[in-house]
Design a protein around this ligand. Structure first.
Ligand code: BES
Ligand code: MN
Ligand code: ZN
Length: 500
């Protein structure tokens, strides 16, 4: 699916008329003394003789986050409707980008079926408003025979007072690319597992790579066998649709650093022989969210021409029970030679990731960013909106800070050394699970650490909850795939390009 057509416009009465907008979107705030209008609302306010806040108050508007109030303009403005969306309260005297992003997203969702909107929220924060509109407008109707009204088709965003026209153009373009990449990830996640399996994921990745000037390589099951990728082959062995390992690279002429990305690509996770319960098993269509995110992130690195070499390593497998499945009790020899005793075939993500991590590390990257829908324990510990951020101390803290700042939400978590002993195996180098239930998210991280070179700055993002929204829509997040952590990876890459 695509983003609405995005354009910059001036914030004038004449501009509203010229754009032939159907709706003018303004922001409202919960101020100290009640409802306030956000920057950008001046034109609409003037049309209502400076009484727009009063009129909205009469309609019950308070300015609370994501509140939507629509009112007809009755000819006072060229657009027929004003849509007021709440930003909530100022935080420390200011409106945060995430407040703008969520308000813009809520407005875009409410504009489903509208052709064209004149968005003034962008006067507060153009970048955040653009992302919010583009992501909030997203719908996935690929599998519906009736497509319905369709999302908002066009958004005209007013420029903020600060900055030059050139800067605004660049901001709009970058925010549009970021939203497009999040949507690439969402589309992949939302595609059902009968259509998205290792080989078809690889085909789609190849098309994206070709369209964006990326290097592309795919290893099929025969090559995986020859090269000894025991983790990927073990997990993928139960499915009639064999596993793959992808390598997708953005290599600019002058790269300042080399960043490896690794994302878990289980196109469906039934648990295998250690079968999952039936309830909500369908959510495991999203167990390739990490793979989708890292693929979308290299595409983005190319579109934004980051001065970094960025390579995504994507292990793809379907975890199913069958006569050819791997079993609890099997010992796998992983890529690079370490052996793993499989005590639970449902702890499969760490097995495919370990192979991909070892391969990624062979290329001596400066950083490794790895992400996965890895553990139910992440959801228990941090819920559906905050991802677990683990890895090498310094890089972990840097990424956790960035993840909070993007609004995707992430919190630093430790990898306690003492958990390693719980993974000791009766016969192999390590077991894939412990004999107890506590600290499941950290245990998975401790397992992965065994495969990461000690001197490589590494971060592990467990996005099990946040990658897929099984509840109702909120802000710029609809039901289904969220695209987390694409925006975090983008921001970390930008930070590395900037700071090293
Ligand atoms: N894909 C699941 C984790 C998951 C759970 C993702 C809920 C999204 C929502 C993973 O492969 C898994 O099954 N993990 C097991 C590990 C356990 C066997 C140690 C889990 O969390 O139960
Ligand atoms: Mn599993
Ligand atoms: Zn899984």
């Amino acid at each position: 699916m695509t983003v609405p057509k995005l354009a910059l416009t001036e914030n004038t009465d004449a501009a509203v008329g010229k754009t032939r907008a159907d709706v003018v979107v303004i922001g409202t705030l919960q101020g100290e003394d009640g409802l306030e209008l956000a920057a950008g609302a001046e034109v609409a306010d003037a049309a209502f003789d400076g009484k727009l806040a009063e009129v909205l108050g009469t309609l019950g508007a308070t300015g609370k986050a994501e509140e939507i109030v629509k009112l007809p303009t009755l000819g006072k403005l060229p657009a027929g409707v004003v849509l007021a969306v709440g930003l909530g309260k100022r935080k420390d005297g200011a409106i945060t980008p995430e407040q703008v992003r969520r308000a813009a997203g809520a407005a875009a969702r409410a504009l489903n079926g509208t052709e064209r909107a004149f968005v003034t929220l962008s006067a507060v924060d153009l970048h955040a408003a653009t992302e919010g509109i583009a992501l909030g407008a997203y719908v996935f109707t690929e599998y519906r025979s009736e497509k319905g009204d369709g999302p908002l088709a066009k958004a005209d965003l007013v420029s903020p007072a600060e900055g030059t026209a050139r800067e605004h153009k660049a901001t709009l373009k970058a925010a549009g690319f970021i939203a497009e990449s999040v949507i690439i990830a969402r589309d992949l996640i939302n595609t059902p597992p009968n259509d998205l399996f290792p080989a078809s994921f690889a085909d789609r990745a190849k098309k994206l790579a070709d369209a964006n000037g990326l290097e592309f390589e795919v290893l099929d099951e025969k090559i995986l066998k020859r090269k000894g990728f025991g983790g990927i082959l073990g997990v993928g062995g139960g499915s009639s649709r064999p596993p793959r390992l992808l390598r997708v690279s953005w290599k600019p002429a002058k790269a300042r650093k080399k960043v490896a990305l690794v994302g878990k690509g289980i196109t469906f996770d039934s648990g295998g022989i250690s079968l999952k319960p039936a309830a909500n098993m369908d959510h495991m269509t999203s167990d390739m969210s990490g793979a989708a995110a890292v693929l979308a992130s290299v595409v983005l690195a190319a579109k934004l021409k980051y001065p970094l070499e960025v390579t995504a390593h994507i292990p793809l497998a379907e975890n199913l029970p069958s006569g050819t499945s791997y079993r609890p009790g099997d010992v796998l020899t992983m890529y690079g030679g370490k052996t793993v005793e499989v005590l639970n075939t449902d702890a499969e993500g760490r097995l495919v990731l370990a192979d991909a991590i070892v391969r990624a590390a062979e290329e001596n990257p400066d950083y490794l960013i790895e992400t996965a829908t890895l553990t139910g324990a992440q959801v228990v510990a941090l819920g559906n909106r905050i991802s677990g951020v683990m890895g090498s101390d310094e890089f972990r803290d840097r990424v956790a800070g960035i993840m909070q700042a993007t609004g995707e939400g992430g919190w630093a978590m430790p990898l306690p050394d003492e958990l390693r002993g719980d993974l000791d195996s009766r016969l192999a180098d390590i077991a894939n699970v412990t004999g107890q239930r506590w600290a499941g998210m950290l245990v998975a991280g401790v397992f992965l650490r065994e495969f990461v070179p000690a001197d490589l700055p590494w971060v592990h993002l467990d996005v099990a909850g946040p990658a897929f929204n099984s509840g109702g829509p909120w802000g710029y997040t609809g039901k289904g795939g969220t695209g987390i952590p694409v925006r975090t990876i983008a921001a970390v890459l930008a930070d590395i390009a900037d700071q090293g």
